[in-house]
Write a protein that binds this ligand. Structure first.
Ligand code: ASP
Length: 581
């Protein structure tokens, strides 16, 4: 006897048909006389009914939730349809029921979502330990299937556009993306190690040198990062690279790809082209290089107004960022916002209330000389609160940016929907105060803006990169650049980053060599697929869209990884463990 249908696929049109179903018992109800079983498979569930006179009745009495069964019966119209279920107009009158596997009681319920009811979340550690049960839940299966559709849409689109999928190696040499490498010991020669790739960056560039012209990969990447909020040590990128292109070509292709993905996977239409914002403007207006555009609350630079105001705090600051809040904030709310600003390095958060007659509270007294100009610049009206952060650009803007985000939460401004934008014209380099040197903002293979090349050695901080980030609802979901394709410029870049000749040769010699054999101008991008999916599903964490993720400590409660290994295996690898005291 073989399965004829998925339980969740039965509809009125099947009435009268004899079917064989296989799946899990979602729930069992004994109504004294009749036994009802909800049989579940990945497509949904259908109600089975066992009458006392049916040979199936004895087995139906015995089965419990999550047992695996094979059911044979006839589809009937239900006297009382259940509007909450897609199969709610039919039921299956059982003729035979066979238990294929018994099951222990799961440590948390997995059935609610399938019945159209809200799923209660068990503790995450428990969910991860029993991930195969967690993945039985409807929401989790929805996520995995959406992920499949997204990847399928990417494949279809890029295939049509002439991209060739290539798998690049996992066991390789370090590819820097700003994190630590995971290392794998080489048994044949103790002391040698492979590195797991932080991205396929160097390989995809060498594929361009090879002449593939258009490459892509759904690529696993490995980064040993300090465990911050929502990261996984291994994660997935949609990675692509193109030859003979400029920034605009890559943005345009990616917009169409993203629109295709949203249409195919979610039925959502994105309006193209996506907005573009230079990094400097993003910082000045939103205090972030990944602004959330679902709400306004733009900040205004008012520093100039105070140049002769006599209010030392504002007069001497590099920037004075003002934010108009359309609400009279309470002291408590202001204190909360100030705490946020300080957390981001600001000295404080100044404020004043806008009233019919003028300004009141906070620093109102000091604002009096410039009141009119200030109200005009911020477009503030009676009933508003004005907030200010003064300081160096990055500090003032980013502190106010954090205040802006918190305000959006407080005022409930974060609307539903998907607000994309490109952030472009990033600086090429950042000053690393700790190391006392310049460091790259994306990775060391990013091309400087050709107009800024003369500044590379004289004023590196002002050099723009041909780099871009794709931002969705305040989250960076992609990033890439036009690359350096001239080996001379690449070596110059390494020098600027403080990577000496020796180190260059040792770490990237093969790559500089590759560039010297005729590299086409090229560029590309990678999307963080997990992050994108988390946003598409409205999930609080990327762990919700990864089948078998690690927990917040980077450990896997299911398999117990990472785990210790026997002495013998260590010896074979020529390794000795030094335990931390
Ligand atoms: N390799 C880069 C990253 O992982 C993406 C790119 O530049 O294409 O962020």
């Amino acid at each position: 006897m073989r399965r004829t249908h998925y339980a969740g696929s039965l509809r009125e049109a099947h009435a009268g048909e004899e079917v064989v179903l296989e799946g899990w018992v979602n729930r069992r109800r004994d109504l004294g006389g009749l036994i009802f079983l909800d049989l579940r498979d990945r497509e949904g569930l259908v109600q089975l009914v066992a009458h006392p006179e049916s040979p199936a009745y004895r087995e139906a009495e015995r089965v419990r939730s999550e047992w695996v069964v094979r059911a044979q019966g006839v589809v009937r119209l239900r006297p009382e349809p259940n509007p909450r279920l897609a199969t709610g107009r039919v039921e299956v009158e059982l003729k035979a029921l066979e238990v294929l596997a018994e099951a222990k009681t799961p440590p948390f319920p997995v059935d609610a979502g399938w019945r159209g009811e809200e799923e209660k979340e068990a503790a995450e550690e428990l969910r991860l330990k029993y991930r195969y049960l967690d993945l039985r839940r409807k929401r989790m299966q929805d996520h995995l299937r959406l992920r499949h559709r997204v990847v399928k849409a990417i494949w279809d689109f890029l295939d049509r556009e002439g991209f060739i999928q290539v798998e690049t190696p996992f066991l390789t040499k370090s590819t820097p993306e700003g994190a630590r490498d995971f290392l794998v010991p080489y048994r044949q020669e103790p002391g040698l190690f492979y590195a797991l790739p932080q991205s396929p960056q160097l390989f995809k560039q060498m594929l361009m040198v090879a002449g593939l012209d258009r490459y892509f990969q759904i690529a696993r990447c490995f980064r040993d990062e300090d465990l911050r909020a929502d990261r996984q040590p291994d994660f997935t990128q949609m990675d692509l690279e193109m030859s003979f292109v400029e920034v605009e070509d890559i943005l345009e292709l990616n917009e169409r790809l993203m629109a295709h993905v949203f249409r195919e996977a979610l039925g959502v239409e994105l309006s193209l082209p996506l907005p573009r914002l230079p990094y400097g403007e993003a910082l000045e207006r939103f205090g972030s290089d990944k602004p959330d555009l679902r709400f306004g609350l733009e900040m205004v630079e008012v520093g100039l107004l105070f140049k002769e105001s006599g209010f030392a705090l504002f007069q001497e600051a590099e920037r004075v960022k003002a934010l108009r809040v359309p609400k009279a904030l309470s002291r408590k709310e202001i204190a909360l916002l100030e705490e946020e600003a300080r957390r981001k390095g600001a000295g404080g958060l100044a404020w004043a209330r806008v009233e019919e007659g003028g300004l009141a509270g906070g620093v109102a007294r000091h604002l009096e000389p410039v009141r009119e100009a200030l109200l005009k610049a911020t477009e503030a009206e009676a009933g508003d609160t004005l907030l200010f952060v003064a300081g160096p650009l990055r500090v003032a803007a980013e502190a106010m940016g954090a205040v802006r985000l918190l305000l959006a939460d407080l005022l409930g401004l974060k609307r539903e929907g998907f607000r994309f934008l490109w952030v472009v014209d990033f600086p090429l380099l950042e000053w690393d105060g700790e190391r006392g040197g310049w460091t790259y903002m994306h990775h060391p293979f990013t091309s400087p803006h050709p107009e800024d090349l003369p500044l590379l050695e004289t004023d590196p901080g002002r050099v723009r990169a041909l780099a871009y980030d794709l931002v969705l609802n305040g989250v960076e979901v992609g990033g890439g650049s036009i690359r350096i394709h001239d080996p001379g410029l690449q070596a110059r870049m390494f020098r600027l980053l403080g990577i000496g000749e020796e180190e260059q040769r040792e770490k990237f010699g093969f790559f500089l060599e590759a560039l010297s054999y005729g590299a086409p101008p090229h560029g590309g991008i990678a999307w963080g697929l997990d992050r994108l999916l988390a946003l598409m599903t409205g999930s609080p964490s990327i762990r919700e869209v990864i089948a078998f993720p690690k927990n917040k400590e980077g450990k896997d409660p299911l398999t117990g990884a990472p785990s210790s290994i026997p002495e013998g295996q260590l010896a074979e690898l020529g390794l000795k463990v030094i335990r931390r005291g």
